[in-house]
Each structure stands twice: as C-alpha cells, then as structure tokens.
Design a protein around this ligand. Sequence first.
Ligand SMILES: Cc1cc2nc3c(=O)[nH]c(=O)nc-3n(C[C@H](O)[C@H](O)[C@H](O)COP(=O)(O)OP(=O)(O)OC[C@H]3O[C@@H](n4cnc5c(N)ncnc54)[C@H](O)[C@@H]3O)c2cc1C
Length: 399
Amino acid sequence: MTAEFDVLIVGGGMVGASLAIALENSGLRLGLIEAQPLRTNSQPSFDDRGIALSYGSQRIFQSMDLWPAIAPFATAIKHIHVSDRGRFGVTRLSAEAQRVPALGQVLTARELGQTLNQRLQQNDSLQLLCPATVTALRQQPDHVELVLDDGRTVKTQLVVAADGRDSTIRQLLGLGAWQQQYDQVAVTANIATDKPHQGMAYERFTNSGPMALLPMSDNRSSLVWTVSTGQEQALLDASEAEFLAQLQQRFGYRAGRFIRVGQRHSHPLSLMQADMPVQDRIIFIGNAAHSLHPIAGQGFNLGLRDVAVLADLLYDAENCGSMSLLHRYQQWRQQDQDQVVKATDKLVRLFSNDLSLLGHFRGAGLALLDAIPPLKQRLADRSMGLAQKQPRLGRGIRL
Ligand SMILES: Cc1cc2nc3c(=O)[nH]c(=O)nc-3n(C[C@H](O)[C@H](O)[C@H](O)COP(=O)(O)OP(=O)(O)OC[C@H]3O[C@@H](n4cnc5c(N)ncnc54)[C@H](O)[C@@H]3O)c2cc1C
C-alpha cells in the first residue's frame, strides 16, 4: 500500500509529537511514524525525569493552545540558584527581577508525554502510523519513499527525523555525527524535602559532577545527580536511608533535609550533534539533530525551538520539500544549535574538573556573573529561551 504525505514525521517523542501538533491547522497532509503504541505512553523518554520548560517553551505551548492541558501538572520556577559546592561565588536569577511570572515550569516527561499523546489522538488531520519503524528509505528527485516494518511503503515531500539520539534515519542515510562521551551518568529521582521548595531551582556543581534540583508538584523536587560512570550502580542499589544520607552530604542543607526518594533511574550522558541536519527532503530535529548533557536542562527546549521555526516556515511554504525551505530552516537554527551545544560542552568540562585553580576561576566567574548586570541578563535570556530570533509561536502568535 502506498500513501502520499506532504510531511512525514519519524518519531513521536516529545519533539516529534510537538511538531505534529504545531502543524495541526496547516492543511498539510501529515503523518507520524512512531515505534511504540501511543496509547500505552510507552515511549522510552516518557519517564519520571523532571523536564524544566523554559519561559520561551511555555510561550510556544501557549501559542499552540496546549498550555491549558499542561498547566495542571506544572510547577513554576521562581528563582534559580547556581553555586559551586565548597567554594564562594553564587549566581541567582529571579522571575521578579526578569519581570516574568516564572523563569520556567517543571513537570515530568511522563506527564508531558501523556498530554501530547492525548492531543495527537484528537487530531483528525494527522495519520498515525504506529507502532511501526522505518526499515528502508529512498530519496527520489520529487519525493522520499519510506518502507515500514509492517510492509507498507509511504511517500512524502518531506521527512522530519525526530527519532532520537540513535536516529534510524541518520543510520539509513549513512550520515555521521560529532559525539562527545563524558564518562558520566545521570541518576534521576524525585525527592521530598522537609521544607517547602518555594519555586527554587538549584544548579550545584560538585567535584564529582553537577547536580540539579527542580521544584515540582506536591512539594517534591526532581533530582538530576551526575556521577562518574561506574558509580551509579551503588546509588541505584542503596537503601533509601543510605541514598538520602549520601545526597545530603553531597548537596548540603540549602534545600532543607531530604526525607524521601522515589524510583531511581540512570541515564548515560554524552553530547551528539549530527553532521548534516538538513539533507535532500530530510530535516533532523530534536535529539536526532543534537542530544545534550542535561546539565542546563536545555535539550527539549532546544528541540522545541526547532519545532517552532520549522512550523513557521512550513505554514507559509508552497513546496515543503524545497531546498530553499531547508536552507532557510538551517540558517535560522544553526547559530542557536551551535551555541547551546558548545556552551553545554564547556560547562560540563569546566564544572567536572576538580583542579583547584579552575575551581577558583569558577567561583570568581559565578560571583562576577551575579555582579555584572549585562552578563547576568544574557544568562537569564539564554535560560529563558529568549536569546534567539523568535518565530511566530515564540512571540505568542498562533499559526
Ligand atoms: C536525565 C535527563 C533530564 C533532562 N532534563 C531536561 C530538562 O530539564 N529540560 C529539557 O529541555 N530537556 C531535558 N532533557 C532532555 C530531553 O529529555 C530530550 O531532549 C527529549 O526527550 C528529546 O526528545 P526527542 O523527541 O527529540 O527524542 P526522544 O525522546 O528520544 O524520542 C524519539 C522517539 O522516536 C521513536 N523512534 C526511535 N526510532 C524510531 C524509528 N526507527 N521509527 C519510528 N520511531 C522511532 C522513539 O520510540 C521515541 O518515541 C533531559 C534528559 C535527561 C536524560
């Protein structure tokens, strides 16, 4: 059987699903291929990790009319506190100083995934091809043909590969990627503290790697604890009391006493940037184009900015597979993607290094950042996802 599409999205994770929703009213013939059945919410990244949505991402979801469905799960970040354990120098950001209601919002990937999946299933203009995976791909002059594992062949003007870090589409095309292994693993868990978090997010750098604590619903906080590869198993196997004691010792008492921990998971960490994010009639977005260390909570936010720009261009496109559209997309997105990838890499290296001289520079850097308003404003704009040229969805305009 052969089907015709204008845009075929491969991968219905948070990024692919967001694009399908953003294109709802475009009039384009839309399809979404996802390896997992949508109803079970079983996509691999829809787990209990806390996702910090930047202020810019919240605005994009508001313009997509998705925010009312997300808001009941979300907890506002009112303050961000960045510090280096055992050294002087702290940087603080606050929603009040930035004159915004919140610097960002936190919910679990599971809650966000569930909300996106519900909306996908209400969308009559979208053809869901799932569960299915792509087994072969042929680029023709005026379309791309994809062969699915259930024997179907589908034809499309444009393929959007949103199939994650180990993108099958990238592999089928034989394309390379720049990879950086950090020899680090993130242990994630939801934590209860004995004092209210009051919307405070902590980014704390320690000599064994960075830790983040994000405010969540029911006065829980979402922990991302980075450790060297090999150390994670002891933390996963530790009893609740042992785990909490180690966490307290490493993080200190700034957030209060840690009194309970939920299920623990581990995620190996690396950085990846695809060599050619744009090909004939193929665009890579989200983790398929760039997969980040979660140190600054930017991975999904960056992917959602890919979505907002691509949707902006596709709504006005006469030919959605044209090379000029692909080039405009690439020009618009390149700087943001390169900057976030490089900044994340630098941050991981700088803050995972325990050389004492570097430590002093770090402390001084954090103190300077806090004291110099233009530097601090740049940091705030970056973490709120407002440092780039904004597409319509980012400016609050519906498509
Ligand atoms: C511990 C941790 C904490 C994080 N915290 C934050 C945060 O606070 N803020 C933030 O912005 N980001 C955060 N991130 C990053 C964020 O989770 C990712 O950027 C995001 O999940 C990427 O989504 P994606 O849709 O691009 O890729 P994925 O989530 O990998 O989705 C890919 C989808 O494609 C499907 N698929 C794969 N192969 C095929 C195929 N061949 N055919 C069809 N379908 C296929 C998969 O089933 C999956 O559903 C964090 C990540 C980690 C690990």
